[in-house]
Write a protein that binds this ligand. Sequence first.
Ligand code: KG4
Ligand code: ZN
Length: 400
Amino acid sequence: MSAGLILAIESSCDETAAAVVQRGARTLSSVVASQIATHARYGGVVPELASREHLRAIVPVVRAALAQAGITLADLDAIAVTSGPGLAGALLVGITYAKALAFARNLPLIAVNHLEGHIHAVLLNERESQPDGQPPADPEPALALVVSGGHTHLYLARPANGSWTYALIGRTLDDAAGEAYDKVAKLLGLGYPGGPWIDALAQHGNPLAVPFAFSQIKPKLHLAGKPPRTKAARTAPIANLDPHFLFSFSGIKTAVLRYVELHNLRPQAESRREALFTGPDAPPRPTVEAALSCCDRQTLDLIASFQHAVVGDLMKKTFAAAESLAVRRILITGGVAANRELRARFTLEAARRNLRVSFPTLALSTDNAAMIGAAAWPRLEARDFAPPDLSADPSLALGR
Ligand code: KG4
Ligand code: ZN
């Protein structure tokens, strides 16, 4: 029997990552080179810069992953790589490198959907916590909420012959939840990515101070066959989805902006925040205390209220979908799953409803390659390999 060692490579957005994962259940190494410093001054990911940074990082990151795992290319059983969705140029760096390694070492190549990877981040954690590393003999179907900077998608994940199948249940019609976090942080002069800053500052504000409301998506909107407006929305068609499970996060950014304008929230404090995060003398890593010292009470209340509303909307639709599908288990994954209020409130509500909710560890919530290696394992067992002409698919969909 082979050792079941997979080298996984992930380069779909602004993290160059490589990991060695054994039998989808044991992480031997997981290396992530973040490009945050490169993109921070622009307040978002610049695709051309991302490709260039991946080119710089890919060789040292893969070498580090092999070295930390204590193995060489000769020990591997397969190479796995994210083939989409993501930025075309960024994906291509990982795919081209993975293909070259697979060809040179005569190893099978496995293409992994980034969204399936995020779901497997939770499953990997669960397997790692089992004494024998084996998945539960009879895994339950689960409702998976993938909530990141690029996605807010709900899937029904069903176990099938040692692997999983996915059905799309709901998704955002416009911005992803993480995108809303990043845009609101940017308009308030906070750092990039905005999620962790809003998470930290929201602890100091009153979440009920500003009553943001999400209106129910109307059936006619989703039946009107409107073309999706963003990349996130294009990765999955909305026909046949229950409008109760559709999200929309583009409006809340405008609502926050209107609130700032209407209440004339201290412009001096905003320029102090901008100086702290993007100014010429900005420290490499501003502290939460420094950020707090540039925020008045009203701004902290606004931040806390924004987060409270976003988490509330994610909860409302996720629990409604779980109830409608009669699933007892919820997986929440992707960068926004690192959010403290989200974890606390989902955990409390799941307990109240007698449902099981799981999150990945913080390191596995944001982009990484260990989740790609875990998702690739059932494919290696099924000998489901990528064609030699594998290419990037920026809007690759998951499931039906
Ligand atoms: O999964 P990820 O690393 O990359 C994508 O596939 O998009 O997610 C990144 C997103 C960013 O929008 C970031 O602001 C958000 O996750 N994020 C958070 C937190 N940590 C990261 N959002 C809210 N609270 C956090 N603690
Ligand atoms: Zn991601």
